[in-house]
Design a protein around this ligand. Structure first.
Ligand code: ADP
Length: 390
């Protein structure tokens, strides 16, 4: 069977999925896996169709000290266990810069171009690119495709794309890019199947996972995002601060003597739900906790989602539907209900029973805003793009 491998590399993990292609029902997931703890306590885990466990074992740290080694280890395990004919690799790449509004076939030249965006996404881009280099060296004949988290947002108007700082910074790339684009693109397509009567309308999609953002969709296209130049803006997230007055950063540097690296660590790793609650970055832990700070952190999160939803609705001149997706959006009826309450001002009315049952439509019949739960699938989006480019 022909297959496409999808890779999504982070600072200490490599997520991978293998899809069989050529069947009548489109790409089918054969394997879904991850190597995490790269460099410290590497662990390989993978499941097959229907979540059957295929492997779940530690690897020696000396065997998997870094991402290139993890890529080799993953490829070795795949070769031993999967009898497929690999025809291409699709990579998730966070930053496509100002020019890429579509996925691109990778070669050495494109890779060098994408390396120019490392300063724009220093915590993600270098890791995303490492397995590409490894695969290009290992299998130069194998087609590889980069799919960008920024691409779906490249159609934003100039007004939406700018910060109010001197124009020269925009010219050199300081723009409101927006992220989670593969998720929003998938949802946009899926809405045409599950809610065709509203799919062409004014929709806010809430991608609420450990990273979180909102996207305003008009006629299926992104016109605004709560994320901007980096994945720090907008909503508070698991460990990231979300929107913050730049004056706070000046205060931290000027008055507290913090270095840029210390501020970066504070805003990316110690803030958000984790920083506010002092308990956890995980919504499940916060919902279970008796600590009032956990409840406060969730209240803050929900409040900020509501506030930014108002901004997205303003960008759209109204709201026809609000879509919940990703880890929190797909799995937490409590958080969905709390957010829906914040949308009552614009005519949203939750159906509590449908919400508790995890139905895909969770608003009442008379609600003026359709409330939907639509599971996202960024990897499937990458496979489709990779196939389309082949
Ligand atoms: P990512 O892919 O960005 O790591 P996910 O979309 O998988 O994130 O979301 C992970 C988050 O989803 C977890 O940190 C947790 O807060 C939340 N989550 C997952 N399952 C549930 C649940 N049943 N109830 C509440 N929150 C959940």
């Amino acid at each position: 069977m022909d297959a496409i491998l999808v890779l999504n590399a982070g600072s200490s993990s490599l997520k991978f999925q293998l899809f069989g292609i050529g069947g009548p029902d489109g790409p089918q997931a054969l394997v879904k896996g991850k190597i995490d703890g790269i460099g410290t306590h590497p662990h390989l885990r993978a499941t097959g169709p229907a979540k059957t466990l295929l492997v779940d074992r530690d690897c020696a740290p000396s065997e998997v000290p870094d991402l290139p080694a993890a890529t080799h280890a993953m490829a070795g395990w795949m070769r031993e266990t999967q009898q497929v004919n690999l025809v291409a690799v699709g990579h998730r790449v966070v930053h496509g810069g100002p020019d890429y509004s579509q996925p691109v076939r990778l070669d050495e030249q494109v890779l060098q171009y994408l390396e120019r965006f490392i300063p724009l996404a220093p915590l993600h881009q270098p890791h995303n690119l490492e397995p590409i280099r490894t695969m290009i060296e290992r299998r130069p004949e194998l087609p590889q495709v980069a799919c960008f988290d920024t691409a779906f947002h490249r159609g934003h108007s100039a007004v939406a794309d700018h910060y109010a700082i001197p124009e020269r910074f925009h010219a050199e790339g300081v723009r409101r890019y927006g992220f989670h684009g593969l998720s929003y693109e998938y949802i946009s397509g899926r809405l045409r199947e599950v809610a065709p009567d509203v799919a062409g309308g004014r929709i806010v999609v809430a991608h609420l996972g450990s990273g979180a953002s909102l996207c305003a969709l008009s006629d299926g296209r992104s016109i605004e995002s709560t994320l901007g130049f980096t994945a720090l803006d907008g909503l508070p997230m698991g460990t990231r601060c979300g929107q913050i007055d730049p004056g706070v950063i000046l205060y931290l540097i000027d008055q507290k003597g913090m270095t840029a690296k210390e501020v970066q660590d504070l805003l990316y790793k110690e803030s958000g739900l984790k920083g506010l609650s002092g308990v956890s970055n995980d919504v499940r832990d916060l919902l279970e906790s008796d600590d009032p700070r956990a409840a406060f952190a969730l209240d803050h999160f929900v409040y900020r989602v509501g506030l930014h939803a108002g901004a997205m609705a303003a960008a759209l001149d109204g709201l026809d539907a609000f879509v919940f997706t990703a880890g929190i959006g797909e799995n937490s009826p409590e958080i969905r209900a709390a957010i829906a309450k914040r949308l009552e001002w614009c005519g949203a009315e939750l159906d509590p029973a449908a919400n508790a049952a995890g139905k895909s439509v969770i608003s009442t019949e008379r609600s003026r805003v359709r409330l939907l739960v639509v599971p996202t699938d960024e990897e499937l989006m990458i496979v489709r793009h990779t196939l389309a480019l082949l």
